[in-house]
Design a protein around this ligand. Sequence first.
Ligand code: GDP
Length: 487
Amino acid sequence: PPIIVRDFAAALGLKPFKLISELNQQGGFASMNSTIEEAVAVAVAEKHNFILEIKHRGEPAEKKAAAQEEVDPEEEEKRNLQPRPPVVCILGHVDHGKTSLLDRIRSANVVSGEAGGITQHIGAYQVERSGRKITFLDTPGHAAFTKMRARGAHVTDVAVLVVAADDGFMPQTDEALKHAQEAGVALIVAINKIDVKGANIDQVKTQMQQRNIAAEDWGGETITVPVSALKGEGVDTLLEMILLQADMLELQANPKAEASGLIVESEIDFGRGPMATVIVQRGTLKVGDALVCGTHFARVRAMFDDQGRNIKEAPPSTPVRVIGWSGTPDSGATFRAVKNAREAENLAEEEQLRLRQVATRAAAAPKEVSVDQLFANIAATQARTLKVILKTDVFGSTEAVRNVLEGIKSDKVSVDIIANEVGLVTKNDVLMASAAKAVVIGFHTKLENGVTSMAKHHGVRIETFELIYELGDKVREMMADLLDPDL
Ligand code: GDP
């Protein structure tokens, strides 16, 4: 049978014009419908990592089988694409009702299933509406959103901008709008608190017009839904509009692929070890999968949904809490499934090595310092600073430690928390401390494997505490040490 350019390009997953240009480079005059000589076809197929089997007298059925063997991964991917639920975040000014709206949506639309689920705050949840799912990130405020975006992570498809009808656009509303626009996510405006006296929906719509995001009913394109998170009014419509928006975006993913996605948040549970909430973006995450995420890896021991239920498989757009991590990956980081646990561990180690090299190079790089800078540096050293990298079990602890440290008064030494995160003390922390000449303080947390020896090697001091007053005492001591003329 003749090999036609158009069909052959499709079989290879190439754009026809690309194939044509390749053929013409070999001195031909190919067009969409020209035939390709077998020898040429074999060579071209090989170049694109295919083996072309040509069966001259084969039965039609056989031909079909041969064609299937040369399935192109891209074609395969396209064929397996299926609609996936939208991932939504709620942004807006403080007190405009983001949390209330998230709570209202959640309580009214829990995904039906076996009963007995208990609401778990894992950083994201899923609801069902008209038999379709919607995933919400439930860390309100755009801090989480910004952090993810700073890493180049695109997790949200739709941003719901909450604007209180009695207050209108405020500075953080504009900031959130800017973030959403820069991230290129679809926007829906929820005009909230329509039940309060003084609510002025038209005023909000005027403000939208001034910002070039005019509401649909005002001749613009922005889907706008008046709601009351308090009374529940309009919330159903909002969900409907989110699904409509999702339809327009034609959100799809391949559930058959190897799983990959994003870390929403992570923390340490002393019973179950490090755990991370992830959103699957592609493929289906399964118990037993081996994952790598930057310097961390996991063998998925168990997964829990937002109602604390044990689940075995998580298809695209599902938020799940994954147990079995080597440490606590950062929110916004991407993970992917690999062949096995050993490969995951190797990849994580390679990444650690790479980071270490980057840090060493950065430390070794000569710095250009102006005379002014030099004097400023000397002055800064005279007013000495204890730099701290703080790691804690939960965010609440971070706040507690921060309060204690800020409460320590000294004219001569100040405390500067240069980084604080929830999770184990990692090798990365050691590298950072080494580069910044900081100490690492852990509160209600532990050290990742290998951290102690690495800290010794880099001369980094790590102190961990279970009691807040002991932490305070030790920090006072360290501050005094900084003033010791013998040091
Ligand atoms: P956030 O800071 O944006 O998360 O706002 P919250 O959800 O914490 O809401 C701030 C305040 O506004 C709370 O006292 C809520 O009870 C109140 N609130 C939120 N939504 C509504 C609403 O639709 N109507 C009324 N009357 N009050 C609301």
